[in-house]
Design a protein around this ligand. Structure first.
Ligand code: DAT
Ligand code: MG
Length: 138
């Protein structure tokens, strides 16, 4: 087996739309374990560090402002190959084209240009997962 941990964030749109339970349900139904969990309104410096790879891109500022707009739920999720597995559960970045059956495909609303409002974040590699878990669960 390939036991891993990943960082999942229920973004402010997911919390505001009361989808936290539905998203956690899908994670647990897949067989993944909720190892740790907390709700917080993320400070700017945490978001700058979290989205470091996107600094300088045109969507960076709107993304960070959106992520600060309300509470998020940060979840440490464990399981076999969970890093890739949660990305698969989440679906592709844009909810408009995310496959049905995925969190973004089933629940993500089409907000026009606001691609950042796509309900969840999931770490994209073992290196990202380690870095992000250290930031959010320091
Ligand atoms: P993902 O969240 O699928 O890993 P990402 O890491 O490429 O996607 O981007 C981080 C977030 O930034 C993403 O969830 C939504 C937003 N975003 C990405 N590309 C975007 C774009 N072209 N326009 C607007 N927002 C974008
Ligand atoms: Mg990403």
């Amino acid at each position: 087996s390939d036991l891993e941990e990943t960082l999942v964030l229920v973004k402010p749109d997911g919390v505001a739309r009361q989808l936290t339970g539905e998203i956690l349900r899908r994670i647990e139904a897949k067989g993944y374990e909720i190892v740790d969990l907390k709700m917080l309104t993320a400070p700017r410096d945490l978001l700058d560090a979290h989205y470091e790879e996107h600094q300088g891109k045109p969507f960076f500022e709107p993304l960070v402002e959106f992520m600060q707009s309300g509470p998020v739920v940060a979840v440490r999720v464990g399981g076999n190959a969970v890093i890739q597995g949660f990305r698969s559960l989440a679906g592709t970045t844009d909810p408009t084209t995310a496959a049905p059956g995925t969190i973004r495909g089933d629940l993500g609303r089409d907000w026009g240009l606001k691609v950042q409002q796509n309900l969840v974040h999931g770490s994209d590699s073992p290196e990202s997962a380690a870095r992000e878990l250290a930031l959010w669960f320091a």
